[in-house]
Design a binder for this molecule. Structure first.
Ligand code: MYA
Length: 403
């Protein structure tokens, strides 16, 4: 029996050992799922009072994101050292305005911005941030911490600084009596509760080809001018929803109500109050773009769509230095089809000079990918909880977007 022989010959799946993650309150690979809820229960008295020790040449700091000079330091660390694709063609280049927005939501804590400096010249060499957020995790909503922007300067890589940054931010979060966090990463760690895939909608196909973001697809090769055929394929129609307009402060309550109802349909989603919704959704030029449709008679907000702006540096290309990407963010459609809302978002993003519109397979996105000509990317994004057992969910059960 060939199959049996093959099975016998196949080595058991390699279990990667995690020196750090193996010690943390996260679901471990291969372990059985326990009841949904905290993995460990601690109280404030258990929290270490002093910061974790660092190697002598280094010291802790809490960058003040509202101070332009310190914001610039964080911006530059990330610009030069943050996430790259596998082939090192692109590196995320979050703008300063974006970082300031992402790190200062209502009730944020200065000391959840954790930096490591070199004592000799004060240079920032490591960073991680946490912000408070209300999240629906299954049947309960909790105020937890969202972790983002973990970065170690390239000169200090593979020296186990990342685990120290993570432990220190955990300590500072715990001091606020908060014991859970949510975070995403491209890499696989113990153990995601959801895995999403990236999809990309070309808005500027020529530039995307020139920077090696995309290739001219096989389907265009039979044309005498494949690039022109590709451009025709990705051309967008004229605007179809004239009543869609930018969200204003007066819309905040209506938008919050609409989204709160929509978020009920997911197992994991935001549980923003009006103040948080105002922070996260009100339009900010070159950062976040949000649009609403209000009922002509009642003025009630019936539909909402948004995206955010996140460029990447194009590494080593002579013609282009920046890839301007828009990323699909929150939406809720009750009176118009979701596909129509997303089409408008694509048209607006194109008008504003974005080269590509990226989405993940979460929320209801899978419903429009094909029709709106999104192409499958090679990147994945994994979603994790810290100190929270949670049964795995399908991307379409996930209503949370992380920046
Ligand atoms: S995801 C974005 C992460 N940033 C980047 O990818 C930027 C480019 N890369 C770097 O800056 C470095 O390579 C980083 C690792 C800093 C990523 N999340 O110091 P090391 C584990 C978690 O020798 P370095 C984001 O921001 C790795 O498995 N752990 O390695 C969300 C190993 O542990 P183990 C990661 O390469 C972050 C250990 O680190 C990640 O110099 C959420 C090696 O450390 C990763 N992305 O530095 C953080 N990558 O041996 C968790 C590697 O066990 C938050 N590692 O396998 C947890 C919740 C905390 C708050 C809780 C409150 C209650």
């Amino acid at each position: 029996n060939r199959t049996l022989a093959q099975m016998a010959a196949k080595p058991p799946p390699a279990v990667k050992t995690h020196e750090f993650w193996g010690t943390q309150p996260v679901p471990q690979e291969g372990a059985e799922l326990k009841e949904e809820g905290p993995i460990e229960s601690k109280v404030l008295a258990d929290v270490r009072q002093d910061p974790y020790p660092l190697a002598t040449p280094l010291e802790w700091c809490s960058p003040n994101i509202e101070d332009p000079a310190q914001l610039t330091e964080v911006y530059e660390l990330l610009r030069d050292n943050y996430v790259e694709d596998d082939d090192s063609l692109f590196r995320f280049n979050y703008s300063k305005e974006f970082l300031a927005w992402a790190m200062t939501p209502p009730g944020y804590f200065r000391d959840w911005m954790v930096g490591v400096r070199r004592k000799a010249d004060s240079k920032l060499l490591g960073f991680i941030s946490g912000v408070p957020c209300n999240i629906k995790m299954g049947n309960i909503s909790q105020r937890i911490c969202e972790i983002n922007f973990l970065c170690v300067h390239k000169v200090l890589r593979n020296k186990r600084l990342a685990p120290i940054l993570i432990k220190e931010v955990t300590r500072r979060v715990n001091k606020q009596n908060i014991w859970q966090a949510v975070y995403t990463a491209g890499v696989e760690l113990p153990k995601p509760f959801a895995t999403c895939q990236y999809f990309h909608r070309s808005l500027n196909p020529q530039k995307l080809v020139e920077i090696n973001f995309s290739k001219i697809g096989h389907q265009f090769e039979r044309f005498s001018k494949p690039l022109d055929a590709m451009k025709r394929n990705y051309a967008l129609p004229a605007r179809q929803l004239p009543r869609l307009r930018p969200m204003t402060r007066e819309d905040t309550e209506g938008v919050t109500k609409l989204l709160q109802a929509h978020w009920q349909t997911y197992r994991v989603a935001p549980a923003f109050d009006v103040e948080e919704a105002g922070h996260w959704l009100l339009p900010r030029e070159r950062v976040v773009y949000s649009f609403v449709i209000a009922d002509a008679v009642t003025q009630e907000i019936t539909d909402f769509v948004s995206f955010y702006a996140l460029s990447s540096t194009v590494i080593g290309n002579t013609k282009h230095s920046e890839l301007n990407a828009a990323y699909g963010y929150y939406y809720a459609a009750t009176k118009v089809p979701l596909t129509a809302l997303i089409t408008e978002a694509l048209i607006i993003a194109k008008e504003k000079g974005f080269d590509v519109f990226n989405v993940l397979t979460l929320m209801q996105n899978q419903a429009f990918l094909k029709e709106l000509k999104f192409g499958q990317g090679d990147g994945f994004l994994r979603f994790y909880f810290y100190n929270w057992n949670f049964s795995a969910l399908k991307p379409e059960e996930l209503g949370l977007v992380m920046l």
